[in-house]
Every structure is written in C-alpha cells, then in structure tokens.
Design a protein around this ligand. Structure first.
Ligand code: TTP
Ligand code: MG
Length: 349
C-alpha cells in the first residue's frame, strides 16, 4: 500500500496573523501588511477579513485601499516573521529531521513511521498552543498531493488525501491547479482545448509529447497524481535554477535575454521568500548539436535581487557564450547560497 508519508504545512495569512496575534486591536479587522494606502507598495498579505473585499498578495496597496477603505495598513516586520518561522521549524524538528522549507511559512516534512496523520494533527496543535497561530496541513503520499491537500480547507484545515481520493479529485480540477502551470502555460493549454486535468488525460498523448517534450511528460505524471520528487532537507539545497528547451533553436539574443529575465524573476522571488542570497550566477547553454556549456560569475557581494541576477546572466550570455551555432536550451542557476542566519561569507574574489 502506498504510504501517507508527506506533510505540507502552510501558515494561514502568515504576516497578518502574527500582527493580529500581537495587537489585540487588529483582531477580526481587515489587516493589510506591506506598504501603505497612499504609497506605491504592494500587499504582502492580507488578513482573511480583508480578503473578503478581494484584497490579495501582490495587489497595489492603493487598490487595496479602494476596495476596503477601512483596511488597516501595517509595515512588514521581517525580523519578527523570521523569528516565528524559526519557532515553527523547531516544532517540526520535534517530529522529523526531514524538513524542506519552501518559503518563510511553508514546508514539506517526511514522516516514515506511518503516523503522518497523527503528527500532522499534533503539529497544528503545537503551533496553536505555543505560537497562538493557525496552520493548514495536508497529508498525503507525495509532495504535490500534500501541497494540494493543505490548500483545500484553508484556514486551519487538516486534509488527508489517499491515492484513491487523489484519483477521484484530480480529473475535475482546473489545469491551473497543477504544479508548474502558471498563467502562460494555462493559456497555451486552453488554446488547444484543455481546461481540466481530465481534458489533459484524455488528450492525444503523442501530440502532447511531440510538441511539449519533457514538460508534457511531467504534467501528465502530476495529473495522474504521480510525483517522485523527494522531500529535500535544507542543507541539500545548494543551488536553485530554471531552464527551458526553446520552441525552436535560436541565436536571437533578445529572446534569450527574455528567458533570463523570466528566470531571474522566478529565482529572485524564491530566494527572497526563503531569505537566501547567492554569490554565484551560472548560465547553462545547450547548442543545437547537444553540446552543453556552463559559464559562471561569482559576485563580490551576495544578492537575491532579480535585477542583479538578470544583469550578470545577461552579461555572461552576451560576452561569454559563442553564438556560432543555434541554441537549443537555456538555463540559469544560482549557487554559493547564504542562509539567513549564517554569518556573512567572505567572498573569495
Ligand atoms: P503565503 O503562504 O502565500 O500567504 P499567506 O500565508 O499570507 O496566506 P495563506 O493563508 O493563503 O497561506 O505567503 C506567506 C507569506 O509570504 C505572506 O504572509 C506574506 C509573504 N508574501 C509576500 O510578501 N508576497 C507575496 O506575493 C506572497 C504570495 C507572500
Ligand atoms: Mg501561508
């Protein structure tokens, strides 16, 4: 029998809940954390009371203030939220060492003793009792389904999904719910008539594989509830990266730079969420003849800035990648990572 061994924990309205916990006057009120109603900032998160007005993360604060004039805007207090994040991790460590942090308020845990459901419950209780906060927890047989589960009964939910249940739930889901399907992929799939997971499963598989290659394979796996990725403990995250096989082999610098920009934005966002910075930026290129090269730059100061990562990678592309044959794949990776609590590393440059 497939074991339920993965737990996904995601705190509810994390920054806003901490502020409501620490200031009684904000409880049951629409709270927006990030920026201010007149400033140019965007919403980091909003309390569930504020979400009823349609306010959500990444929305301009000005718009949030229009939607809910009585909303209370609070500045981001990152040091405090990081401290709470550390406290949550020490609760996790009471149950397992296999913890993969995904962001400041989200992590996967692997439980091998067959008690994942019980441990999921206890983690929620510990968080509630010790930190006076709520978490939504998903328990399942792999990471993808566990993450889907934790999202199903937010806030304060505990959702268990067995393989049988996954097989029943998945086909009805909009394709956007599948890991890795963002706005762009959703549109591409919609354009060929795929709106739900079932649509994809019923689609001409050969066509998908021929046109989308590995991406289609991965998508088909997830749509069938298959995800073999491991819960990766923190120390093992030594780098992060993005890459893509191009629709057509090319030497078009503008297009290649556009990919680097996209990758930098995604990587920068992920690093910021984890509070990680990097020293090394690497561009990977596979040419039309499958010859692969990597070219790296090591910075004198660590960064998590998408713009800086883009500038360095773009410089590598323009000055250090020969353009004598078309390029088939482009990738960007950051490594030499610095974690939030580590003393600042002395650069070897
Ligand atoms: P999320 O877990 O995405 O959001 P949340 O915890 O506020 O709400 P939910 O109950 O839906 O999980 O993100 C965790 C924190 O990360 C969030 O409280 C604020 C921060 N964050 C940003 O600063 N910007 C963003 O765009 C997002 C999505 C999150
Ligand atoms: Mg959350």
């Amino acid at each position: 029998m497939t074991k339920l061994k993965v737990i996904h924990v995601d705190m509810d309205a994390f920054y806003a809940s901490i502020e409501q916990r620490d200031h009684a006057q904000y409880r049951n009120r629409p709270i927006v954390v990030g920026g201010n109603p007149n400033g140019r900032g965007v919403v980091s998160t909003a309390s569930y009371e504020a979400r009823k007005f349609g306010i959500h993360s990444a929305m301009p604060c000005r718009k949030a203030a229009e939607l809910c004039p009585e909303a209370i805007f609070l500045p981001v207090d990152m040091d405090k939220y990081k401290e709470v994040s550390r406290e949550i991790h020490s609760i996790f460590r009471a149950y397992t060492e296999i913890i993969e942090p995904i962001s400041i308020d989200e992590a996967f845990l692997e439980i091998d003793n067959g008690e994942a459901i019980e441990i999921g419950k206890r983690i929620k209780e510990d968080i509630c009792k010790n930190l006076r906060l709520t978490a939504s927890v998903g328990v399942s047989y792999n990471k993808f389904i566990a993450k889907m589960a934790s999202d199903m009964q937010k806030p304060d939910g505990l959702t268990v999904i067995t393989p049988d249940q996954a097989r029943r739930i998945l086909p009805q889901l909009p394709i956007r719910k599948i890991w890795g399907v963002g706005e762009k992929t959703e549109k591409e799939l919609n354009d060929i008539g795929i709106f739900t997971v079932n649509d994809l499963l019923q689609y001409d598989r050969e066509f998908l594989l021929k046109n989308w290659g590995r991406r289609a394979h991965e998508l088909l796996q997830l749509c069938q509830g298959i995800d073999e990725s491991k819960v990766q403990i923190e120390q093992e995250i030594k780098s992060m990266g993005e890459e893509t096989t191009l629709q057509e082999d090319t030497n078009d610098i503008c297009m290649l730079r556009k990919y680097l920009k996209e990758f930098s934005t995604a990587i920068g966002k992920r690093m910021s969420k984890l509070g990680i910075k990097c020293y090394t930026v690497t561009v990977k290129i596979k040419f039309t003849d499958f010859k692969t090269i990597t070219r790296s730059t090591t910075l004198s100061r660590s960064t998590s800035s998408a713009l800086r990562i883009y500038q360095y990678s773009s410089h590598i592309l323009v000055h250090r990648v020969p353009m004598n044959k078309p390029i088939r794949l482009i990738g960007l990776q950051v490594s030499n990572l610095v974690y939030p609590d580590e003393p600042v590393q002395i650069s070897f440059l």
